[in-house]
Design a protein. Structure first.
Length: 241
């Protein structure tokens, strides 16, 4: 009987690896799960440079053998880059509320400029204020009240300088679009989104048309932050790969 796979779990912008703990608990001790703080976040807030190449090296160095890679939102975008950078290491890919980026160059440049302005604002504020502000982002504002404080506490483990660096180095405006490279993915891929996350359910469906060995999944009752809102459902999804 083969041993269970190792899981590498990548968090979203303003979260930390701790945001995956409810999922890891739900999966049980039989599974080995690694949920690192991505550069610019949590314990890696001061690590520089915050660049895609550096983060991909960090992921590759986490474990020596093959692994299942899962990513949420920003972490999903990074996971896609990792799957294309070292495909032989990744047994399966699970994306939650993720996108391959912005395909239109003008839209991507506009987003890069907007992210630069936001990063400048983050640099001038305190983490408490920005965490409260970020929680009101439309795609995130539906987090149930009983979980909102938990998410807020996790965000407070970041620093303004770290988040500003992450936005500049890893934001949707900073990274190239991967839409045209999706057909090159060879591993099985599950493209998931919360039931209430209409935007990313649509993106998942579009991605599934381009990724050869892919399927879509809907997390019942969840919004964008499905792994936080429905950790048991996400754990079952991971265990099914």
């Amino acid at each position: 009987m083969s041993s269970p796979p190792t899981f590498v779990l990548l968090h979203g912008f303003t979260n930390t690896g701790a945001s995956w703990r409810p999922v890891i608990r739900a999966m049980g001790e039989r599974y080995r799960s690694l949920a690192p703080d991505i550069r610019g976040h949590g314990n890696a807030s001061e690590v520089r440079p915050v660049s895609l190449d550096a983060v991909l090296r960090d992921i590759a160095d986490l474990t020596p053998g093959p692994f299942v890679l899962a990513g949420y939102s920003m972490g999903g975008r990074i996971a896609l880059h990792a799957a294309l950078a070292f495909p032989d290491r990744i047994e399966s890919l699970i994306l939650i509320g993720a996108s391959p980026g912005l395909s239109d160059p003008a839209e991507r440049e506009a987003r890069r400029a907007a992210d630069e302005r936001l990063a400048d604002e983050i640099d001038r504020t305190d983490i408490e204020s920005f965490a409260r502000r970020w929680a009101q982002t439309p795609v995130l504002s539906g987090v149930p009240a009983q979980l909102a404080e938990q998410v807020h506490r996790d965000r407070l483990n970041n620093t303004p300088a770290g988040l500003a660096a992450a936005l500049r180095g890893l934001g949707a405006g900073a990274l190239p679009s991967l839409w045209d490279r999706l057909p090159k993915l060879t591993m099985p891929a599950t493209l998931a989104a919360g039931e209430c996350d209409q935007k990313f359910r649509a993106i998942a469906a579009q991605m599934a048309q381009r990724i050869p060995r892919s399927e879509t999944a809907v997390i019942p009752g969840a919004g964008h932050a499905a792994h936080i809102e429905a950790p048991g459902e996400v754990a079952r999804l991971l265990q099914s790969v």
